[in-house]
Design a protein around this ligand. Structure first.
Ligand SMILES: [Zn+2]
Length: 206
């Protein structure tokens, strides 16, 4: 008898600094911050919103429940289609209900994310050096004033920087970059290698 089950299979995985093995020739990339001096910034509260943690919890629940109605309608419609009830399906405004459902889903994601920020009491970058802060279990919009770059004196920006990503290589030559981790940083506008990690939980919880 001939034994044919003795070959090894290697699928070409390369792994840099990552705890996870990815198959199929993907490469995990990771970048790390400047360790020398710390860049300094001052948050200025611009708008203290009425959205407390309790309010955000209630709003998320209400949006979730309201979103069940269009979802249920779409599901019922799909079921009658399976049953072969074509007339009922033709009359059903499926686009309208889908749009309503998508709006509810997006609102739910928005308020649930805000709720998470208020619950953790963290600071998250928006655009143009603005931030959302959840300190005191309430959502506050802040403007972030940043000192100049500690290394070169250049202007800096505050944003969510991708620090880990996976480059997927396809057999037809296409590549696709998928960001797997972002962190808030202060980064020099003159040299993007001058960047400093910002602790989103820097201020003590109340
Ligand atoms: Zn710099």
């Amino acid at each position: 008898m001939k034994i044919t089950n003795n070959q090894n299979n290697f699928n070409g995985t390369t792994n840099f600094n990552g705890p996870v093995q990815f198959a199929g020739g993907d490469i995990i990339n990771k970048t790390s911050a400047s360790k020398q001096n710390e860049a300094k910034y001052t948050p200025e509260p611009k708008w203290r919103s009425p959205f407390t943690l309790a309010a955000l919890s209630w709003i998320s629940v209400i949006i979730g429940i309201l979103g069940l109605f269009p979802a249920g309608k779409i599901l019922a419609n799909a079921l009658s289609l399976l049953k072969g009830n074509v007339e009922a399906v033709l009359d059903f405004p499926v686009q309208t209900y889908s749009v309503i459902f998508i709006i509810f889903a997006l609102l739910f994601i928005l308020f649930f994310s805000l709720r998470r920020i208020a619950k953790k009491q963290i600071r998250v970058p928006l655009i143009l050096n603005y931030a959302i802060s959840g300190y005191g279990r309430r959502i506050t919009l802040e403007k972030i004033h940043i000192d100049e770059c500690p290394r070169c004196g250049g202007k800096m920006k505050y944003y969510s920087k991708p620090i880990e990503w996976v480059d997927k290589y396809y057999s037809d030559g296409r590549t696709k970059r998928e960001v797997t981790k972002r962190i808030p940083v202060l980064e020099c506008k003159r040299n993007s290698e001058h960047w400093y990690e910002v602790d989103p939980a820097e201020d003590k919880v109340e």
